[in-house]
Ligand binder design. Structure first.
Ligand code: AKG
Length: 291
């Protein structure tokens, strides 16, 4: 069951389209992006727990990836600390392998591993998503159950494939008015002050009710891909055990029709540069160069 049809405060979620891999390949990414509506695509056969973990370890276990450490007790108030480890260590070594409070996760741009990604996903991913283009990326995410990414939006088109575990995406349409943004000046215009969309204090954040009425509530299973259009807000919860995702983040000219989002995006680039904050950079391929 994908559409969890939740009813927060009695407000039901909206159903969303499901596509097969063949339908997706026929449509192509451009048509999906133009349709501008969240959809779930079955890109890989469903698999027993552990199947895609083994495949990822086999093909990418030795890749050096970015490990993000965050002090969860401070509810995202501190910026993250980033170091590099072999991906294998995240699955097999402590303190990562038993981390359930969301302190450690892997978020790493592996766009230079395009052959490996295509082998893993069994279609020509670089052709389909054009992630070799400058600014686009192909990222691997790994974390354990209990990890929450609080409600935010990104300035990119997002195709996010679940490989291991289940992840719940509560997604809501673009906009600023209904979301109580944290602080545009500190680079947080894409993050909401309301910490939990599944249990919002509607007396404090009454306008969120309008966004909740438009939400899609998706529990992504292994083998499924969520298309999340640019600017859509999302709260993401790792539901159980180890979660592994690969996502493609793509810039698209659609952004030019969203002046506020564009302004915020440019401001954020400048803000991060001036304050020396980390931006995810592509990892080197095994041959040391691009692939
Ligand atoms: O997996 C997560 O925790 C966050 C994913 C996300 O925010 C994204 O794909 O944009």
């Amino acid at each position: 069951m994908n559409d969890t049809a939740s009813a927060y405060h009695g407000i039901k979620s909206v159903p969303y389209p499901r596509l097969s891999l063949d339908e997706f390949l026929t449509w192509g990414t451009e048509a999906i992006i133009k349709a501008d509506t969240p959809a779930v695509i079955d890109v890989l056969p469903p698999a027993e727990p552990g199947f895609y973990r083994t495949a990822v370890l086999d093909k990418l276990g030795d890749a050096t990836v970015a490990l993000v450490k965050k002090d969860r007790s401070k509810e995202n108030e501190t910026r993250a600390e980033v170091t590099k480890i072999p991906l294998r260590d995240y699955f097999e070594k402590e303190p990562y392998a038993s981390n359930t409070d969301g302190t450690y996760r892997i978020v790493s741009n592996i766009k230079h591993y395009s052959e490996t990604i295509s082998e893993l996903l069994e279609f020509d991913t670089a052709k389909m998503f054009n992630y070799q283009a400058p600014l686009n990326s192909a990222n691997i995410w790994a974390n354990y159950g209990g990890m929450r990414s609080r409600n935010h939006f990104d300035d990119l088109e997002n195709f996010n494939i679940q490989l291991e575990g289940r992840k719940r995406f509560v997604v809501m349409p673009p906009g600023f008015k209904n979301y109580y943004v944290r602080s545009a000046l500190r680079g947080y215009a894409n993050t909401s002050k309301s910490v939990r969309v599944d249990n919002v204090d509607l007396r404090r954040f009454p306008r969120i009710a309008a966004a909740l009425a438009e939400r899609r509530d998706v529990v992504l299973e292994p083998g499924q891909m969520l298309y999340l259009p640019v600017g859509w807000w999302h709260q993401v919860d790792a539901v159980d055990g180890l979660n592994i995702n690969i996502n493609f983040w793509l810039y698209h000219r659609k952004m030019l029709r969203r002046p506020l989002m564009l302004a915020d995006s440019l401001y954020k680039v400048a803000f991060r540069k001036v304050n020396g904050l980390y931006n995810i950079q592509p990892e080197k391929s095994p041959t040391g160069g691009k692939k």
